[in-house]
Design a protein around this ligand. Structure first.
Ligand code: GLC
Length: 633
């Protein structure tokens, strides 16, 4: 009877919620107690939070609840080698959110099983930092479509087993967000959602130890508003107001918004700029312990209401600071499921310029554990942001380099001013005080394709193509979900047109945010000739071979091996059944490894899992061409 009236469903639903709540109660309230337990309103906050969770659970569609169950039963779903990501601005790739439906065949052909729609919630008008200045988290950018479109596209993606990643900007809102508007009108409760100061005493004290993210166009970390008579904390741009996460009601609001996105069908929530979420006087206000408590608690929120959803944490920080975002100590296995492997990216570019992998090997061996519990990396070579040379003086010193000079060399190399450089990049945010010079540019332009084509030199074109495929093979094999940045599968070059756009001209990151060249894509796929075709085919093959190679499961250890020759980067993926020894040549010269050495490193079959061909040694040596990439079984 009950089942027929639907009452049974209702009871089951309630019961399942209780079980989920019990599973994560300690994770959630244990952390919140530490963050907010001293406040008078803590009890009221907890009650409101539980009520919100119940409501969100009630609203969660049935098919997503089923997906939650499936993923609870297969918790490694995002670590499997068939996961491969593709990152794009919706308008630049497909026009609108619905337009993505027409591109699904393209994505499937490439081997993509995860897409990241760059910020697509309603941004402030004008310059919105590429959408990271959100004025309404409940609406989609009207230029791209509606929430219903997003929901429908998510459903279509799910049918094709493609996961959807959506940005959830946690650290700040646009100053046009309704909370900010109310704060501006003088509403004290909303003023407490942000960090506001009556005079500049405290801001000045904080400034002593804060860094500047955008020193060129948004210097300082605070902005004074005469109408409000207050200083507001604005780490990034003036229009991005930092939220006050020490206020539990901010936690409640953001957790609710996050679940509403999850209930629309997002599989992966990308938490933007998480390092900055907690402020403490006398520090850089980055990666404070409370940040990890907040992220641990947010993870519990998802585990209760939307267990199928995982969290990607964006913390572009030094190597030692990054691993905690994947859960360390008490947060182990309970914080981010994914975090950007910024160091792998930086070290790829560093080794490529230096033709020397000593620093890369040192950094990746020293700071990163071989396995991670319930988490994995998002590996990438290019993304929508600039490249900052996150190389510490200590790490550089450990391999006999001077940190300052090596960072300066990398900037010069990639802006193209270093003699003999193959790269064409643009400087981003030159900081006179620290000497930091960050770099913008597409993968292809930084890897030498733009210059090679301009010179009409086929040999240099070949080298550039190889560098790109080296990078894609590296991120596909290292462990984690490889993220291909839109256009990099075709070798799209820098787009200097951004200089003509009033909202973009001040921000050189737009040089590597080109529009998709569909004519080139069609041509590359049709005739198989030219660099775009070779990069596309090569990338496609890399993703297909990755999917077929069990050892690339994110749960298996990655052992970076000591350098054998300065141009080689080597690591072992140690699957019990068939480990793979990955060997990459970071130079444009031929080199070799000996058969004996490969054997001693666990390669016993001498079969290349990437080309799917046997590997032949001659006189005991395996020859490696320029930029060779070998997945030795
Ligand atoms: C993240 C984004 C970057 C943005 C910043 C501020 O780092 O990746 O593009 O400028 O956050 O939202």
């Amino acid at each position: 009877m009950a089942a027929r009236t639907g009452l049974g469903d209702f009871k089951w639903n309630k019961r399942i919620f209780e079980l989920r709540l019990e599973r994560s109660r300690r994770d959630l309230f244990g952390q919140l107690q530490r963050l907010y337990g001293d406040r008078d309103d803590y009890g009221a906050f907890c009650t409101a939070l539980e009520k919100m969770l119940r409501k969100a659970w009630k609203a969660r569609p049935k098919d997503l609840k089923l997906l939650d169950l499936k993923r609870d039963l297969e918790p490694d779903w995002f670590q499997r080698p068939d996961r491969a990501g593709y990152v794009f601005y919706v308008d630049r790739f497909a026009g609108t959110i619905r337009g993505v439906l027409d591109k699904l065949d393209y994505l499937e052909d490439l081997g993509v099983t995860y897409v990241h729609f760059m910020p697509c919630l309603k941004p402030r008008p004008g310059d919105s930092d590429g959408g990271y200045s959100v004025m309404d988290y409940r609406a989609v950018n009207p230029a791209l479509g509606s929430m219903d479109d997003l929901e429908e596209v998510a459903r279509n993606l799910r049918e094709r087993r493609i996961s959807l990643c959506v940005d959830m900007v946690l650290n700040h809102t646009a100053k046009e967000h309704e909370w900010a508007l109310k704060a501006r009108e003088g509403d004290a409760a909303y003023q407490d959602y942000y960090l506001m100061f009556d005079d500049d005493t405290a801001p000045q004290q904080y400034e002593r130890t804060l860094l500047e993210v955008f020193p060129d166009n948004a210097p300082g970390n605070f902005t004074f508003y005469p109408d409000l008579g207050k200083w507001v904390w604005t780490t990034f741009n003036e229009h991005q107001w930092d939220l006050n996460w020490a206020n539990p009601w901010v936690f409640l609001e953001m957790a609710g918004l996050m679940l509403s996105l999850a209930n629309r069908g997002a599989d992966v929530l990308r938490f933007d700029a998480v390092a900055f979420m907690w402020k403490r006087l006398g520090t850089r206000c980055q990666s404070e312990p409370e940040v990890h408590m907040l992220l641990h608690a947010l993870r519990a929120v998802s585990r209760i209401v939307a267990a199928g959803v995982i969290h990607l944490e964006e913390a572009i920080v030094g190597p030692a600071e990054m691993i905690p975002y994947l859960g360390m100590g008490e947060h182990e296995g309970r914080e981010g499921n994914l975090a950007y492997h910024n160091s792998l990216m930086v070290q790829y570019w560093s080794a490529l310029a230096a033709r020397d992998t000593a620093l890369m090997t040192h950094v990746l061996r020293t700071h990163f554990p071989p396995v991670l519990p319930n988490a994995t990396y998002a590996t990438y070579i290019r993304c929508h942001d600039d490249i900052g040379w996150a190389v510490t003086d200590e790490d550089a010193g450990a391999v006999g380099l001077d940190g300052y000079r090596h960072r300066a060399f990398l900037s010069d190399f990639y802006d193209g001013s270093f003699q003999g450089s193959f790269a064409r990049g643009a400087l981003f945010q030159v900081n006179e005080a620290t000497g930091d010079k960050r770099i913008s540019g597409t993968f292809a332009s930084l890897a030498g394709l733009e210059q090679a084509l301009a010179m009409g030199d086929q040999r240099l074109v070949d080298r550039a193509v190889d560098r790109i495929l080296l990078g894609h093979a590296l991120i596909a094999s290292f462990g984690g979900i490889p993220l291909i940045y839109m256009g990099d599968e075709l070798g799209l070059l820098n787009d200097y047109g951004y200089l003509d756009d009033r909202d973009h001209a001040h921000d050189s990151r737009w040089v590597h945010r080109p529009r998709m060249d569909w004519a080139l894509a069609d041509k590359a796929r049709a005739d198989g000739d030219g660099p775009a075709a070779r990069i596309y085919e090569g990338t496609r093959e890399i993703l297909a071979r990755r999917a077929a190679t069990d050892a690339f499961h994110g749960g298996f250890a990655t052992w970076v091996r000591p350098p054998l020759k300065k141009e080689l980067f080597v690591f072992q993926r140690s699957a019990p059944s068939s480990p793979v020894l990955c060997v990459y040549n970071f130079s444009e010269d031929w080199t070799s490894i000996t058969e004996d050495w490969a054997w001693s490193e666990g390669a016993h079959r001498f079969h290349d899992a990437l080309s799917d061909r046997p590997v032949i040694a001659q006189y005991g040596e395996i020859a490696l061409p320029p930029y060779a990439r070998l997945w030795l079984l």
